[in-house]
Design a protein around this ligand. Structure first.
Ligand SMILES: *[C@@H]1O[C@H](CO)[C@@H](O)[C@H](O)[C@H]1NC(C)=O
Ligand SMILES: *[C@@H]1O[C@H](CO)[C@@H](O)[C@H](O)[C@H]1NC(C)=O
Ligand SMILES: *[C@@H]1O[C@H](CO)[C@@H](O)[C@H](O)[C@H]1NC(C)=O
Ligand SMILES: *[C@@H]1O[C@H](CO)[C@@H](O)[C@H](O)[C@H]1NC(C)=O
Ligand SMILES: *[C@@H]1O[C@H](CO)[C@@H](O)[C@H](O)[C@H]1NC(C)=O
Ligand SMILES: *[C@@H]1O[C@H](CO)[C@@H](O)[C@H](O)[C@H]1NC(C)=O
Ligand SMILES: *[C@@H]1O[C@H](CO)[C@@H](O)[C@H](O)[C@H]1NC(C)=O
Ligand SMILES: *[C@@H]1O[C@H](CO)[C@@H](O)[C@H](O)[C@H]1NC(C)=O
Ligand SMILES: *[C@@H]1O[C@H](CO)[C@@H](O)[C@H](O)[C@H]1NC(C)=O
Length: 707
């Protein structure tokens, strides 16, 4: 780059001198040629090197996005503002000149380089911050296409792992993102073309006497870092140590990684820093920086480091103190006002914990849940369902995005039993169950914290304005849910009856896998009522008809609901349709009559066109009818259902008893009025104890049952 600009200068000189004598022109051309030769020679042997003891001279760096130079001469890449857009804020700073990392454009050896810098990450108060800082070598100084948050301002989400990125970075990451294989929320990692680190290690350093000390990156500690690459040995070392206690480079590096950077680095590259924030945020500072190609990066003068601006609280102090002479009552007012604020906040997050609560695992402090949802902010409301409101949030302890379900119980009575069961359910582990992260109770309110499912519920795809799901996605979701029900019914230590299987309880993860949510919530309503009565809990269209006489939710009534789900997903219609012809109000009757007419496939969702697998669609529809039979004994068990879906059993093995529910009659028997598919509950005097099992499960009487 420097070579090019010097040549342009020479070129313009030669135009200026054009009118001179012929032999002069020859002389000049010769000089010019010599100059080019010298330039290209020096380019191969220049040891690029620079050192910034601070950044007071603002045009020493190219800054972009939220990066600024503070008054004290520190480079601040991000502020700690958490009011962030979707993929967070980011800040970048680059050394303005391209550095030559290779001696030839297509060379296959990268020159050695070495850099050292001092950084500090300041998070607000006692909170952990986010997301991280990185030293980066990139082909350009423009990373405006990259994203913040976990992407550290380095990568575009769609370009992760693409070898045409040509990005090398060393990340100092303070938030754990399991999807990106982060090892913890305080690590150093080597990133090559991807935020998924090629090597990483918990931030720590080795003292000379061999101890291994952890450094918390975002704890306002000054940290010196060294990154050394040996182009001959193809070895990259990363070392860190805290300041001022350990100014010397520890002898043993934190990470020593054998890697050939020549496919990654181009001949000319830019070096600099990147940092990002999202809902978790920190101020990311770099205070001093030196760099050298083919040599040791120059020493930094650690006594001259610029100060990191103090945080707002101490700024308040420094502004306030000069006015100490103001009348005392003003001070009293401030103190009174502040204690009122503190009191109000304490009251809002006050938590009365009863002793028994401490016995159950997965309990989260109310304060944490309150903070995660920004105080149950309306803006965080994801939706309201039959069992309460759901809020989106981020757990500060690990940065995990969660859905918080706020269930009002209405009575503290029975809460203990319910909590006992919730914490038991916290132990359920299945890839098609929405994972419970924790729970907490506040008075009559129960808060259940689940993993957030980014793609929402299945019914929003089937009936909402989202795109049409392909047949492959539908079949995969149905199989996933079947295997989770089999797990609940037969594979866990106790029998768990879900009682509310329906499309809106099937949630979709980022890869569009179906996960069953809300298990156990139906139970809550039983505890709230007189033990002599039992409620039918569930959703019209998914409720097995025997419930109207037995009031016993069983694994077999779950199979009925699953049957309704099978038909719903295949047909793209709700299980109960008010606008349909008599005899076809229930979807199952509609499908059955088409089956009898020998054209069952015409029930398949019209939106799919011909884009489905005929055998699978036929299987799903017929299995749906089998599961929806009125006689519980006639329905297959979940284990059989899974076998059918896997092709291990053929449907011929089942006999259709042809006893499907009569539309109106059975709905009336249930004592229900259907106008929508909302969750309902109906009170009926009956003295059945909870936890009864379906007929097919009677051989398992030795196992406990909690529903
Ligand atoms: C933090 O930085 C962002 C991005 O530059 C900016 O929009 C926001 O106003 C800043 N917040 C504060 C409090 O300075
Ligand atoms: C790259 O290295 C290989 C041997 O490792 C050598 O044969 C080849 O000529 C080199 N290519 C260039 C462009 O230097
Ligand atoms: C950075 O690149 C993007 C597109 O890649 C472009 O829109 C933007 O103008 C560039 N910014 C600068 C400062 O060059
Ligand atoms: C990698 O990025 C390049 C340039 O942006 C693009 O053309 C290519 O399709 C990408 N490759 C993959 C596998 O995404
Ligand atoms: C680094 O990791 C990326 C993605 O994990 C991988 O594509 C790449 O090959 C790795 N590079 C090296 C040099 O191991
Ligand atoms: C140093 O300690 C950290 C955790 O504190 C650990 O992850 C790392 O493996 C340790 N390193 C060595 C070499 O023992
Ligand atoms: C990297 O560290 C190893 C010791 O683990 C050392 O032998 C090697 O010389 C170091 N390389 C560089 C480039 O610092
Ligand atoms: C570049 O650095 C290397 C190693 O430090 C040294 O041997 C060489 O003489 C230096 N070259 C120049 C031109 O300074
Ligand atoms: C599912 O969610 C992921 C991540 O949020 C998103 O990238 C993807 O586009 C979503 N898929 C659909 C079909 O909406």
């Amino acid at each position: 780059m420097m070579a090019r600009s010097s040549l342009a200068l020479e070129g313009s000189k030669s135009i200026l001198v054009f009118p001179l004598h012929r032999h002069h022109r020859h002389l000049l051309l010769l000089l010019l040629l010599l100059r080019i030769v010298r330039l290209s020679y020096s380019a191969t042997s220049t040891n690029s090197s620079f050192a910034f003891q601070n950044f007071r001279n603002a045009n020493q760096l190219i800054l972009s996005d939220s990066a600024i130079i503070t008054k004290t001469g520190a480079l601040r890449l991000t502020n700690s503002s958490t009011q962030t857009p979707n993929l967070g804020y980011m800040g970048h700073a680059f050394y303005p000149a391209a550095l030559q990392f290779k001696t030839a454009p297509a060379g296959n050896t990268t020159q050695s380089f070495s850099t050292r810098f001092v950084f500090e990450i300041v998070s607000q108060g006692a909170e952990r911050g986010g997301h991280g800082l990185a030293f980066v070598i990139a082909p350009s100084t423009n990373l405006s296409n990259a994203k913040g948050s976990h992407y550290l301002g380095l990568f575009d989400v769609s370009a992760i792992g693409n070898s045409s990125n040509h990005i090398f970075a060393v990340e100092f990451d303070t938030v754990r993102e399991p999807l990106l294989q982060d090892i913890d929320d305080n690590h150093v990692g080597i990133d090559i073309n991807s935020v998924i680190s090629n090597a990483s290690s918990t931030a720590s350093y080795h003292t000379d006497d061999g101890r291994n000390e952890t450094i918390i990156l975002d704890s306002k500690t000054l940290i010196q870092a060294w990154i050394d690459y040996d182009g001959q040995m193809n070895l990259l070392n990363v070392t860190i140590a805290p300041l001022p206690s350990h100014p010397e480079k520890p002898k043993r590096p934190l990470i020593s990684y054998a890697v050939d950077l020549s496919p990654v680095l181009n001949e000319y590259m830019y070096a600099g820093f990147s940092a990002s924030t999202q809902r978790l945020a920190s101020e990311h500072y770099v205070l001093a920086w030196s760099f050298m190609i083919n040599g040791q990066a120059p020493e930094l003068d650690l006594s001259q480091l610029p100060r990191v601006p103090t945080t707002s609280t101490s700024m308040w102090k420094s502004r306030f103190l000069p006015y100490a002479s103001i009348p005392l009552f003003l001070l009293v007012w401030v103190v009174a006002g502040m204690s009122w604020l503190v009191y109000r906040r304490r009251k809002l997050t006050y938590e009365k914990i009863e002793e028994w609560e401490l016995d159950y695992p997965h309990r989260l402090p109310y304060k944490e849940v309150y903070r995660a949802t920004e105080g149950f902010n309306e803006k965080k409301l994801l939706g309201k369902g039959g069992f309460g409101s759901v809020y989106k949030g981020v757990l500060h302890r690990n940065g995990v995005e969660v859905a918080v379900k706020r269930v009002s119980h209405g009575a503290e009575q029975g809460m203990k039993e319910f909590v006992a069961e919730v914490s038991t359910l916290g132990r359920l582990r299945h890839k098609n169950l929405v994972q419970l992260q924790g729970w907490c109770r506040r008075g009559e309110e129960l808060l259940l914290v689940y993993d957030l499912m980014p793609n929402g519920s299945l019914d929003s795809y089937l009936f909402g304005d989202k795109r049409c799901l392909s047949w492959g996605e539908r079949f995969n979701i149905l199989r996933g849910i079947a295997s989770s029900l089999l797990y609940l019914h037969e594979e866990w230590e106790q029998i768990v009856v879900h009682r509310d299987v329906k499309a809106s309880n099937v949630l979709l993860d980022a890869a569009m896998n179906g996960k069953l949510g809300d298990f156990g919530l139906a139970r809550l309503y039983d505890y709230g009522t007189n033990p002599k009565t039992t409620r039918i809990v569930g959703t019209i269209g998914y409720l097995a008809p025997e419930l109207s006489s037995t009031y016993k939710a069983t694994t077999i009534s779950d199979v009925f609901s699953y049957g309704a789900l099978l038909l719903e997903v295949a047909c793209g219609r709700r299980p109960v349709g008010t606008g349909r012809a008599s005899g076809e109000v229930l979807l199952v009757n509609l499908v059955l009559s088409l089956w009898k007419e020998g054209r069952i496939l015409s029930a398949v969702d019209k939106r799919l066109g011909m884009d489905y697998v005929v055998e699978e669609a036929e299987l799903v529809l017929k299995l749906g009818v089998h599961c929806s039979q009125a006689t519980p004994e006639a329905r297959p068990s979940m284990r059989q259902v899974v076998k059918f879906l896997n092709g291990d059993l053929s449907l011929e093995a089942l006999e259709l008893q042809n006893q499907v529910i009569e539309d109106d009659q059975d709905l009336h028997q249930l004592g229900l009025h259907f106008s929508s598919s909302r969750t309902i509950s109906s009170n009926t005097a009956s003295s059945t104890e909870p936890g009864t099992r379906g007929k097919l499960d009677q051989d398992k009487s030795s196992r406990g049952s909690i529903w």
